[in-house]
Design a protein around this ligand. Structure first.
Ligand SMILES: *[C@@H]1O[C@H](CO)[C@@H](O)[C@H](O)[C@H]1NC(C)=O
Ligand SMILES: *[C@@H]1O[C@H](CO)[C@@H](O)[C@H](O)[C@H]1NC(C)=O
Ligand SMILES: *[C@@H]1O[C@H](CO)[C@@H](O)[C@H](O)[C@H]1NC(C)=O
Ligand SMILES: *[C@@H]1O[C@H](CO)[C@@H](O)[C@H](O)[C@H]1NC(C)=O
Length: 500
């Protein structure tokens, strides 16, 4: 804690010492590295919160790939588009809700057909839903618990209750209370500070403690049964983050919220949020251009790219995880070491082999096969995305290691098409989490993805990006340019209000 304080004090000392000039401000350039939801959101909020009086600001976005969207992308199988990366949004993901409105995107409603769930331990299904209906009012009430009703069809929730009991309600409360705290990040600028560190941002919302303990410890203390933790909760964390319940509590809670009801996505692909924000934010987009170095030259940063070009930027924003990149920073920066969890996403068009699961007919295999934590299990989950006909479906498989052909040939009896993607998907979470700074150099070099150690989702990227945009406006434009205007950190908030 005292280290952070020292850092802040040092910053203020330095910033006060810099000479201010009252000359008309020159136009300045904000360079953003990465065109995913984080980078595009920084551009969006910079434009949105900049009053008309802000001098011309150029925004450049650099993307090493040929497309925008980062870890949101789609694949096409049998003429249908499926999310290959970040795929689900929560109803309370209010920035994403806002993006769909302002960008005029179409919301794809959660699927309404019933999905069956099975929990596979490598030998047998330890839990499996079947079709049954209930006339018992209590069960009906249970069936309406959102966390249950998206995972399995309503009618199957009763079975789940018989296995896991009241722990299910306890779990639901835990998730709702965490989501409730997260909603503080949508409060107006009057009551919501601009955060200089991730720690401060999490503490303010009452979420910090959850990053200091494992999900397992948190849930045990909350009163969940071991059975529920080892089975259903594990299934969910393995699906959403490819990790066990030893991940940190906050990411775990976000993962559980991501199995709740009302989940949605964007028709045609979530990447369109990034594309639309970039399109609307008047930015110079540099595709296929990777930034190799960021050098602090005093008044500005010099960004050198793989195209041999140099760009002069007064403000630089890193909006991609630095963990697997080798961007050279001059002078060097230091951030805590972080490992990314790789998730291998395999799409198969074909038909599962029921014999692999010890079953007689493929119709007996659950639509969603989740797994418990066992190092011998070669995959985390297999789900049906679309049933084309009796003989052919499209499946999505998550695994920690690549799915070899030999393995796929055992799991599938028919395989007509296979698409493999290796995502450096999200941080490998552990408790207690240690956070990289939002401000990498105490000047104007920012890092959106520092927040990913709290939880990694499209919405958390947007929330972190919004804070970074406010930091930039107050720390750079507020100080250097806007001293006589009424642009303060707390004024431009009106537009951010969303109906809850
Ligand atoms: C977080 O933990 C500290 C120390 O155990 C405690 O004092 C504080 O009340 C906790 N905060 C929240 C929001 O639970
Ligand atoms: C970009 O925005 C304009 C209107 O602002 C719209 O006509 C155009 O279709 C958009 N392009 C993309 C690729 O979204
Ligand atoms: C960036 O490119 C410029 C111009 O080519 C060069 O002078 C500078 O040394 C490069 N910076 C780094 C850190 O490589
Ligand atoms: C900011 O300035 C604009 C125009 O100069 C004015 O209309 C507005 O009321 C001011 N806002 C505040 C909070 O002072």
């Amino acid at each position: 804690m005292s280290g952070v304080l020292l850092l802040l004090l040092t910053f203020f000392a330095v910033s006060k010492a810099q000479p201010h000039s009252n000359d008309p401000p020159p136009s300045s350039t904000v360079c953003i590295v990465g065109a995913g939801i984080g980078g595009s959101s920084v551009a969006h909020f910079l434009r949105k919160y900049s009053p008309d009086s802000t001098p011309a600001t150029k925004i450049r976005v650099f993307e090493r790939n040929g497309v925008v969207g980062g870890r949101t992308a789609t694949v096409t199988v049998a003429g249908e588009t499926f999310e290959a990366g970040a795929s689900i949004l929560h109803p309370k993901n209010l920035h994403a809700v806002d993006y769909t409105k302002i960008l005029n995107l179409k919301v794809k409603e959660p699927r309404s057909d019933s999905l069956s769930l099975g929990i596979w331990n490598g030998n047998e299904f330890v839990f499996k839903t079947v079709t049954l209906s209930s006339n018992v009012p209590f069960i009906d009430k249970l069936l309406k618990l959102p966390i249950i009703n998206s995972l399995v069809s309503l009618v199957n929730s009763a079975l789940m209750f018989f296995r896991y009991g009241f722990s299910l309600f306890t779990m639901q409360n835990f998730v709702e209370s965490t989501v409730g705290r997260f909603l503080k990040y949508y409060e107006g600028h009057g009551s919501r500070p601009i955060f200089e560190t991730v720690d401060e941002m999490l503490q303010w919302a009452g979420l910090y403690n959850l990053t200091t303990r494992t999900l397992q410890d948190e849930l045990v203390d909350t009163g969940l049964s071991t059975l529920l933790i080892n089975e259903l909760v594990t299934v969910i964390t393995r699906i959403n983050y490819g990790q066990s319940v030893y991940m940190s509590g906050l990411a775990g809670a976000v993962s559980l919220a991501g199995s709740g009801g009302g989940l949605w996505s964007i028709e045609g692909g979530n990447w369109q949020m990034a594309a639309g924000l970039i399109n609307q934010s008047n930015v110079a987009l540099h595709l296929h251009e990777e930034i190799k170095s960021v050098a602090d030259l005093g008044d500005y940063y010099e960004l050198n790219s793989t195209k041999g070009k140099s760009y002069k930027c007064e403000v630089a924003v890193v909006a991609t995880p630095l963990d697997e990149l080798d961007i050279e920073f001059v002078p060097p920066i230091s951030i805590p070491e972080r490992k990314l969890q790789h998730t291998h996403t395999t799409f198969v068009r074909g038909l599962l082999n029921p014999a692999y699961f010890g079953l007689k007919a493929v119709t007996k295999v659950p639509d969603l096969v989740g797994t418990i934590e066992d190092p011998n299990l070669p995959f985390s989950s297999i789900s049906v995305l679309k049933k084309h006909n009796e003989k052919e479906s499209t499946y999505k498989i998550f695994s920690r290691q690549p799915m070899t052909d030999a393995l796929l040939d055992r799991v599938f009896s028919v395989r007509k098409e296979t698409i493999r993607i290796n995502w450096a998907a999200y941080p490998h979470y552990h408790a207690p989490e240690v956070f990289a700074p939002f401000i990498l150099d105490r000047r104007h070099l920012y890092y959106v993805n520092a927040f990913e150690n709290a939880a990694s989702t499209m919405e958390t990227s947007a929330v972190a990006a919004e804070n970074i945009a406010r930091l930039i406006l107050s720390r750079y434009f507020g100080r250097v340019i806007m001293h006589s205007s009424n642009l303060s950190a707390s004024s431009p908030g009106e537009g951010t209000h969303l109906d809850l």
